[in-house]
Ligand binder design. Structure first.
Ligand SMILES: Cc1cc2nc3c(=O)[nH]c(=O)nc-3n(C[C@H](O)[C@H](O)[C@H](O)COP(=O)(O)OP(=O)(O)OC[C@H]3O[C@@H](n4cnc5c(N)ncnc54)[C@H](O)[C@@H]3O)c2cc1C
Length: 425
């Protein structure tokens, strides 16, 4: 088989684009096959009702995130500090201090390296010596951050995920001037014409020393494949011969979450005049979180509706959901919040391209070893995607890390191929 390119990268989210950029700069020929008609994956932008382009998916980054900051610097993208001094609100109000305690306990989960793999996350929360408000805060943080029902999670899996996430001084510290999505577009443009949009990969035939990647009406032959798609999207593909059982099982153990991002614009940042920073931490409903999302003269609050709450709210229909969103802001900030000038809603339920929440997770009980197996890959195929990041899984930073790691491993394998071939291992 004569390869068309050295490497096919499947997926043009940040992990795929980062992998492709690293491969190209190492002198490899690359084709990126992207199912959607745009790059960015879970990073995307939309025009709001006032005609402003805004990030409707992944957006924020922080000082500790060196890989994505490096890309922003490379493309001359300015970072806008998401600075909003003042106090946060917790609802119900009497739970304010308990929320801080809940957040602290949630953060400490990253140190539970040896958590019992047979303990359900919710059983662990139940057994904590903490107030009911604190326990509700932990559940709300978990639904909000993992975009899944906390009752479906195992303690060890949550601890393993958080253990790969270094503490952040401020999670929503910066956004990118002109959108994070524009940065993805710049990165894609720097790769020249090797990115093919609307190219849905549905089958990969693996041969000794190469692979044939099938899209509708075409086949791209390569020496190596980087699967930069979320695990549920990778699990949908046909591999011939099939992936080794441990990898197929690992991919199948992931679940996509559900989140809705709602941007509510106001003529004035009324929360500032009351000494508030715009943050609202909801114990009830579980999984709702609000933050200031103002940019220069555009004043806005962003609502993240994570986990089962996202589906419940979606079921109400568009108008009722917008009304409910505004009602929750009125509950927090008073009547000033009742008259937004625009409400933009973007749903991210599970979809065929692996969307659904910020990150996919292993649910249920059992040892969290699957991710390591996927990080290692198999003959001719490496896996990237934020889920498989050693650092910052679930973030854009994690996607870039995973892309760079998969690219480096691919370069090493191309330079020094294994002496023997066994496509079943
Ligand atoms: C609402 C929302 C808000 C978020 N906010 C933040 C934030 O503020 N900060 C942050 O760091 N992170 C945030 N995230 C998370 C972050 O966006 C993601 O973790 C990250 O972008 C994932 O990148 P990825 O490349 O791993 O996967 P993806 O972005 O999902 O890219 C995978 C790509 O593969 C493509 N694909 C799938 N199947 C196929 C196929 N068969 N053939 C070809 N192509 C295929 C998909 O279309 C997609 O483009 C947010 C996510 C969401 C949804």
């Amino acid at each position: 088989m004569t390869p068309d390119v050295d490497v096919v990268v499947v997926g043009a989210g940040f992990s795929g684009l980062a992998a492709a950029a690293a491969l190209v700069s190492a002198g490899r020929t690359v084709t990126v096959l992207e199912a959607r008609e745009r790059v960015g994956g879970r990073v995307e932008s939309m025009l709001d009702g006032l005609g402003r382009r805004v990030d409707s998916g992944g957006q924020y980054l922080a000082d500790e995130m060196h890989a994505i900051r490096g890309l922003a610097e490379r493309f001359g993208a300015s970072l806008v500090r998401n600075e909003s001094p003042g106090d946060s609100i917790t609802l119900p109000k009497e739970c304010h201090d308990d929320w801080d305690h809940g957040e602290q306990l949630y953060e400490e989960l990253r140190d539970l390296h040896h958590a019992d793999p047979h303990v359900a996350f919710d059983a662990w929360v139940d057994g904590l010596e903490a107030s009911e408000c604190t326990k509700a805060a932990i559940r709300s943080c978990t639904d909000g951050q993992m975009c899944l029902d906390h009752r479906t999670l195992g303690l060890a899996h949550v601890a393993h995920q958080l253990g790969r996430t270094p503490p952040l001084a401020a999670e929503l510290q910066y956004s990118v001037e002109g959108t994070m999505h524009a940065l993805a577009e710049q990165l894609a443009a720097s790769l020249g014409d090797c990115v093919r949009l609307g190219a849905v990969v549905h089958r990969i035939d693996r041969h000794p020393g190469g692979a044939a990647v099938h899209i509708d009406g075409d086949v791209v032959r390569c020496r190596h494949v980087v699967m930069a798609v979320p695990p549920t999207a990778a699990a949908r593909l046909v591999f011939d011969p099939p992936l080794p059982d441990r990898l197929a099982a690992a991919l199948a153990s992931f679940r996509a979450g559900d989140v809705t991002k709602i941007l509510v614009r106001y003529a004035q940042p009324f929360w500032h005049t009351r000494g508030l920073d715009g943050t609202v931490r909801f114990n009830d409903p579980c999984g709702l979180y609000v933050s200031d999302a103002s940019a220069s003269d555009a004043h806005a609050l962003v609502m993240f509706v994570g986990g089962p709450l996202a589906a419940t709210w979606r079921g109400l229909g568009e108008t009722a959901r917008k009304q409910l969103a505004v009602q929750h802001l009125v509950q927090a900030f008073g009547e000033n919040a009742a008259q937004p000038i625009d409400v933009l809603v973007r749903d991210w339920p599970p979809d065929e391209w692996g969307g659904g929440g910020y990150c996919q997770f292993v649910t249920g009980l059992g040892e969290p070893v699957q991710i390591d197996a996927l990080m290692f890959g198999t003959e001719g195929v490496q896996f990237a995607s934020t889920e498989l990041a050693e650092l910052f899984p679930g973030y854009i930073e994690g996607a870039v890390h995973a892309g760079y790691r998969a690219a480096q491993r691919t370069i090493d394998l191309l330079d020094d191929p294994p002496a023997t071939t066994n496509l079943k291992e």
